[in-house]
Design a protein around this ligand. Structure first.
Ligand code: B12
Ligand code: SF4
Length: 584
């Protein structure tokens, strides 16, 4: 097998480097996403970047460093970097939570390979591009914007040639004299029909580089191979804490309206996945966001092939009965995800979600009536106008819903904190006081330092007028505990699972208290050594930072037992290279 040398190696960092040497209490920051608190999931854009660049003749390799570190305690990151010499390394700083890990890897690359360019990309890198270029000399380029396939191709070609960067859209770079150049963001595609998230492409690369772990999206993926398809980049809503809202995309990424994938291609993406995987497929972005016709066109296409995968629909506002009926007649097994954020309509409105409880409750009733397999409701802590009591009342509201929608094996409420950081570029980040927030860290360096603190309370970069960090933490664990008991009472989780979540909550609370006491010690030396011995106990992410407000497996939607179509996968892997997929 030819272990081809890559032109570009895309690395996904852990949040904090090196979490294996100095673990902290990361908190329940990832309990409602498939990742661990190291946020080992790489941006889905890695897949479209890889496919696009390979289609244009470049060789790209993805290495999920965070996941390799998680899976193998002795995995040597320095050795990995040292032995690879691509034309360029790319790192995502998409989620701000990766700032420590991303900069650590960038610094390491430069240490071993001073001549190999380091490129950063993603939403957070876009927001902080100038600060990054100014203060972290081991980063050579920031590729800005939500769509970088084309400009990155241009950059890589330029790196092979005359190294003239001024005409490359979306690029921030440093010239020899240390001046920083900011090329305007002019590459902002209006649709997503020229790119593709093709899992067959990823499978082939796994074989080329003989590296299933390097391409793995999250730690349990091979046992629960959930996948996602994308309707859009950008958003037409303006939720106040969201760093991916319409206004943030406009100011940061020069995007004036969302770019959508055509409904036909979207359905085709799903069909492609269903040939290889029997696991659930999540549709990212509300199919009715671009207008009802888009959703209906997509559903018409879905109706032409009745696949067995569970399809999860995300809604930004509750869909009507008519819309749900169309879904039910087009898709065999459908699930719903919606994020009311709070039971309190005033809090929800302050957050920016434009609907009241009655339409949401009607949606639940209709969906159950129409055969929906599962409805996940996501509530959040740390919102404008939300107090400790209000968080507890959200759990009371969940009880009302569970009582009303008996037998309640379909409705799953979740609650989790807005953590670890307020999204850079969001309305609350830009004007915290206006929304009742106190922003504790603003710069890249402040965020990076925050990640070195020992518990998630100190990592949190905000407080609100209604809750300080102590209350955000306390209400998180208390509401988690109450919701856990509620789910046990209504038979949504078994006694054993409930007991283990409860135990982890207790342990995490005790550990956080100990950390608080140590941090209050006046003597710096004593403080450091007490902390050192506390954190040097045999200690795992699972003990204190995972499944503490809910058991992570609760997130899993039903899947058929045999989740991968191994015959098809092997056939694809050994197939001769096919011509590029047609688009548009
Ligand atoms: C889908 C989504 C998810 C999915 C992730 C799917 C995935 N693997 O990408 C899930 C649900 C798992 C998720 C989880 C989280 N998310 Co999220 N997510 C989104 C959402 C709704 C859409 C993202 C999107 O459109 N991406 C498409 C485009 C923009 O990105 P992309 O295709 O992946 O990558 C392109 C560019 O970003 C860039 N790029 C990215 N990396 C690199 C690297 C290089 C070298 C280059 C050149 C370019 C480049 O080029 C790519 C291709 O063109 C946004 C909100 C929004 N409207 O944007 C929030 C958003 C991105 N998420 C956010 C957050 C905070 C999180 C969590 C940290 C929340 C939490 N505490 O659990 C976790 C992190 C999980 C992890 N990494 O393990 C924030 C990020 C704010 C910030 N700047 O830090 C956002 C903006 C809003 C929000 N609060 O939800 N998320
Ligand atoms: S949180 Fe609101 S603004 Fe952000 S992606 Fe979701 S709907 Fe859009």
């Amino acid at each position: 097998m030819n272990m081809a040398t890559a032109d570009l190696i895309l690395l996904h960092p852990p949040t904090y480097y090196d979490f294996r040497k100095r673990p902290g209490i990361y908190g329940p920051i990832s309990d409602v996403v498939p990742s661990t608190p190291v946020f080992e999931m790489y941006p889905i854009g890695f897949a479209s970047l890889s496919e696009y660049l390979e289609r244009h003749g470049l060789k790209v390799r993805i290495i999920n460093v965070a996941l390799k570190m998680l899976k193998d305690e002795s995995f040597d990151v320095e050795k990995l970097i040292r032995k690879n010499r691509p034309l360029a390394f790319g790192l995502d700083l998409h989620w701000m939570a990766h700032v420590h890990g991303a900069l650590a890897l960038a610094e390491m690359i430069k240490r071993f390979h001073p001549d190999i360019p380091v490129i950063l990309g993603g939403l957070s890198a876009t927001y902080y591009h100038e600060e990054i270029m100014r203060n972290y000399l081991f980063v050579d380029f920031v590729m800005r914007g939500d769509s970088t396939e084309k400009p990155l191709l241009q950059l890589l070609r330029t790196l092979k040639g005359k190294r003239e960067f001024k005409n490359i859209p979306n690029l921030t770079y440093r010239d020899g004299a240390n001046g920083i150049h900011v090329n305007p963001i002019t590459y902002v595609p209006e649709d997503l029909n020229d790119i593709t998230i093709d899992y067959r492409h990823i499978m082939k690369k796994v074989v080329r580089y003989m590296d299933p772990v390097g391409y793995q999206p999250f730690v349990d993926w091979y046992s629960y191979p959930v996948t996602a398809v994308f309707t859009c980049r950008g958003c037409s809503y303006h939720c106040k804490t969201c760093g991916g809202s319409s206004r943030t995309f406009r100011s940061m990424g020069n995007r004036t309206k969302p770019a959508y994938r055509s409904p036909e291609l979207l359905a085709q993406d799903i069909f492609n996945i269903s040939e290889y995987l029997n696991a659930p497929i999540m549709i990212i972005g509300d199919i009715f966001q671009p207008g009802e016709e888009y959703g209906f066109n997509f559903l018409r296409k879905m109706k032409t092939r009745r696949i067995d995968n569970h399809i999860a629909f995300e809604f930004f506002v509750p869909p009507s009965r008519d819309q749900l009926e169309r879904i039910a007649e087009s898709v065999k097994y459908f699930n719903i995800e919606i994020s009311p954020e709070s039971h309190d309509e005033e809090v929800r409105k302050a957050f920016g979600r434009p609907y009241a409880n009655p339409p949401m409750e009607k949606m639940i009733a209709d969906a159950i009536d129409l055969g929906c397999k599962r409805i996940d409701l996501f509530f959040m802590i740390g919102l404008p106008k939300q107090t400790y009591e209000s968080v507890m009342e959200t759990v009371d509201y969940c009880r009302l819903l569970l009582e009303r929608f008996q037998p309640c094996d379909k409705l799953f409420p979740f609650i989790s904190p807005l953590a670890p950081f307020l999204d850079p570029g969001s309305a609350v980040f830009e004007e915290p006081e206006k929304f009742g927030y106190r922003l504790l860290y603003r710069t890249v360096e402040e965020h990076r330092q925050a990640l070195t603190t020992p518990s998630w309370k100190y990592i949190l970069n905000y407080e609100t007028e209604w809750m300080d960090r102590n209350e955000i933490v306390a209400s998180t664990y208390e509401s988690g505990r109450r919701l856990n008991r509620l789910k046990t009472e209504f038979g949504l989780i078994d006694q054993k699972t409930a007991a283990s979540v409860e135990m982890r909550i207790e342990k995490a609370l005790r550990m956080m208290e100990e950390i608080d006491q140590i941090l209050a010690m006046p003597n710096l030396k004593e403080r450091e050594s007490a902390l050192e011995s506390l954190l040097n106990q045999p200690f795992s992410l699972e003990t204190y930072s995972m499944s503490t407000v809910c058991e992570k497996r609760e997130l899993e939607w039903p899947t058929r037992f045999i989740r991968m179509n191994l015959f098809k996968i092997i056939k694809t892997l050994i197939a001769r290279r096919k011509p590029p997929i047609r688009h548009g």
